[in-house]
Design a protein around this ligand. Sequence first.
Ligand code: KIV
Ligand code: ZN
Length: 514
Amino acid sequence: MTSQLIIFDTTLRDGEQSPGAAMTKEEKIRVARQLERLGVDVIEAGFAAASPGDFEAISSIAEIIKESTVCSLARANEKDVRRAGEAIKAARRGRVHTFIATSKIHMEHKLRMTEDQVVEAAVKAVKIAREYTSDVEFSAEDAMRSEVPFLVRIFTAVIEAGATTINVPDTVGYATPELIRERFAELIRLTPGADKVIWSCHCHNDLGLAVANSLAAVQGGARQVECTINGLGERAGNAALEEVVMATRVRKDLFDVSTRIRSDEIVPSSRLVSTITGYVVQPNKAIVGANAFAHESGIHQDGILKHRETYESMRAEDVGWKTNTLTLGKLSGRAAFRARLDELGIGVQNDDELNALFARFKDLADRKSEIFDEDLHALVSGHHGKEVNERYELAELEVTSKTGQTPRAHMVLRVEGQERPVSASGSGPVDATFKAIEEVARSGAVLELYQVNAVTKGTDSQGEVVVRLNHQGRIVTGQGADTDIVIASAKAYLDALNWLATAGKANPQTDEVM
Ligand code: KIV
Ligand code: ZN
């Protein structure tokens, strides 16, 4: 009989642990709304103990989201678990997800705890979590490098204590498909009470096997897959939700499971996460890459035209690829603008914010006759509201660039409200612009990434720029969009500097928190 495969999305938690992928509360809410629309069963909204901001974001998501379970991560200590329990209190369906490491290397070097102490902490954490909700997940961090008898011992104990989902993470992306399939089957066979809980996998992609391992875990008995949109996540990322879901759907003959995912919301979800985090999707990425359904060679095109299934195992429209739909134009009014923002899950807090966004929209519509949904997402990217420090702002920019001459940028920066004129030259207009900004900011940060993408087709498209800066090991991502890519670049650089001027977030797996 076909069983349900629970899709647990951790874009807002594990995904956010990617360097420079930090999101503000409003951005997290937008993503959560889209995940709900996508049909995700469980949304891991964050790590409540990381900061008051994270706590607030999870609480707000718990209030807003009705269809999906809202979950908070917590290390296996009383303070973290109570924080997580409080954060999900308002949820129609709330889950606390508590974890502790179980591999010898983690217990000895990171936790400095004995096996007995680890089991005791896990049981205590699960019992406290049960005071808040009947839906409690326990994860054995680094499970795929842990010893099976110890896993059986700790899983037996936490099931007795009230855990309802048991997660077996491949934290460092070490497993292979055969190994993980057997590991799940073995754990389910050996653990008393295994039939009372849902078994879950959580695979990292360090060897490029996260999706293959997740699918193998399903064959071994897992009925929850933890994954992220676009495979976002620590280091090489997590299993990509879109790939796991479509693999189980296209190869139903191999996986006797079904999900609640509305596959035509996959591409919009991918785009939203990419726009908000600045993690651009590679063109040849399965399902959501720009080339995923493009057929270059003559033989393929001929086959596709004669009979589509010769070269396609699924249809582009099934996963949400559509030709850009015209959304708004120069004559659209505030009401139409607001309605479309609402439909896209772009929440507007108050009239001031709506006025500011509408002014930006009108300015864009003056320069670009047709405005698509992608333009509206780009319009709000790089504008984070009060959560991100607004130390730097671009007041004016003029760039001179002529064949045979050194490009120069003249700009006026607003630094905490004070106007600062500055000029610099560089090897190109963007280089000159960044140098001028640094004349004033002197941030000491290293530019790790500079990327430009066209938001839509055509030369009047907005350019969306991503700038990643590294300041003494802290990585931040800035974004800016404009029909003028030098202005977009300046905005993105200033956005990154503003993130640097904002307090960072803790990582639940590697940092000492509070
Ligand atoms: O990778 C991991 O082990 C995790 C746990 C916290 C579930 O993210
Ligand atoms: Zn993880």
